[in-house]
Design a protein around this ligand. Structure first.
Ligand code: SF4
Length: 360
């Protein structure tokens, strides 16, 4: 099936220090919620996103003030910066000149050919890609008239229309997104796009909602695509602090074995055999490992009956026993630890394993 291998078969495109496409690697993207011209607030938010594991960040660029802030923002952050332009080619030119690592603009929306060429030539000169962002909610009139309403075929046709404009100018550093808030529509559109062209795909389910419902909706849509081998970058869109978007995205990538820089928690659902206050311990350990950048598996189990054996694949873990915990590694008990100190001891051992991982 074509789509099973799309991720690694895509054309590699450079975005800052990252190569998007051409491999199985998938990068987490998020978007700032600050006014981009407020450099202090924007940089502060981006640094928080970096800390959470965000690998590419997008900022809105609604006016010249925002466009002229790009250079200063770039100086103070460490991950590639994508600038979101809607129609105004002048803003695109300023953003490129200021050092944007990628711009999001649909060439078909720019207007006169001379303007399109100006943007494409500027992007070419700096070696930066252009993301074409197709959105089910804003398809071209012509396509809507043809299909009657937003369909996956219509979305792919729109993407191909914008792609052709760039290809005709011999520009191929293209990344495409096909967002819809309807999960089934987004899945179908991305699958059809993966069969239609080999440019890297940026995944997203747009307007997915609040932290709880939006995470589930994103997991359903993005998870289906990830498991089909589709997607080179991904954003989870939530009506929440964007740090939460990054956390949800990281969890999703971990599930599909696509994250090489995050620790995973395995915790039992608890039952009548429980011997420790597992839910609060699991939450504490989850928070603790959220900044660990090594692919460790950490288990927290309520009892020792099936405990260590149930989590054999865990690198390290604890299982509750009456008044104490059993610290185990790879399914084998290492030592007993008193209940009061077991979480602290677990954290110490996690740090040691993470250090060893990076020393390797
Ligand atoms: Fe129950 Fe123990 Fe299994 Fe947790 S590890 S679900 S407490 S048997």
């Amino acid at each position: 099936m074509t789509e099973m291998i799309h991720r690694s078969k895509t054309r590699p495109v450079r975005v800052g220090n990252l190569t998007i496409g051409g491999s199985d690697e998938l990068f987490i993207q998020s978007m700032t919620t600050t006014k981009t011209h407020d450099v202090e607030a924007t940089v502060e938010e981006i640094l928080r996103l970096e800390e959470a594991g965000c690998q590419i960040v997008r900022v809105a660029c609604p006016d010249e003030r925002a466009a002229y802030s790009i250079g200063e923002i770039k100086k103070r952050i460490n991950i590639p910066l994508v600038v979101d332009i809607h129609f105004d080619y002048k803003l695109a030119l300023i953003a490129i000149e200021q050092g944007a690592d990628k711009i999001r603009i649909n060439p078909g929306n720019i207007g006169r050919q001379a303007k399109v060429e100006a943007v494409v030539n500027a992007a070419k000169a700096k070696g930066i890609p252009i993301r074409i962002g197709v959105n089910a909610g804003s398809l071209e009139k012509k396509i809507l008239e043809k299909y009657g309403y937003p369909t996956a075929d219509g979305m792919v046709e729109s993407a191909l229309h914008h792609i052709k404009i760039l290809e005709d100018l011999d520009f191929h550093d293209i990344i495409v997104s096909l967002k819809a808030s309807d999960v089934n529509l987004a899945i179908e559109a991305y699958k059809k796009a993966a069969a239609a062209f080999d440019y890297p795909l940026h995944l997203g389910i747009t307007e997915s909602g609040t932290l709880f419902a939006g995470s589930i909706k994103s997991a359903a849509g993005l998870g289906t695509l990830l498991s089909a081998g589709i997607g080179n970058t991904m954003r989870v869109s939530l009506s929440a602090d964007p740090v939460q978007e990054v956390k949800v995205a990281r969890e999703l990538l971990k599930i599909f074995g696509l994250s090489s820089n995050a620790a995973t928690l395995i915790s039992c659902p608890t039952c009548g055999r429980i011997e420790i206050d597992l839910i609060s311990i699991a939450n504490e350990v989850e928070e603790y490992i959220s900044t660990i950048k090594a692919p460790l598996k950490v288990a927290v189990l309520g009892c020792a009956v099936n405990g260590p054996g149930e989590a054999r694949e865990a690198d390290i873990g604890i299982a509750g026993a009456r008044g104490e915990g059993l610290l185990f590694m790879k399914g084998k008990t290492v030592r007993k630890v008193p209940e009061e100190t077991m979480v602290e001891e677990l954290k110490m051992e996690i740090d040691k394993l993470a250090e060893e991982y990076f020393e390797k």
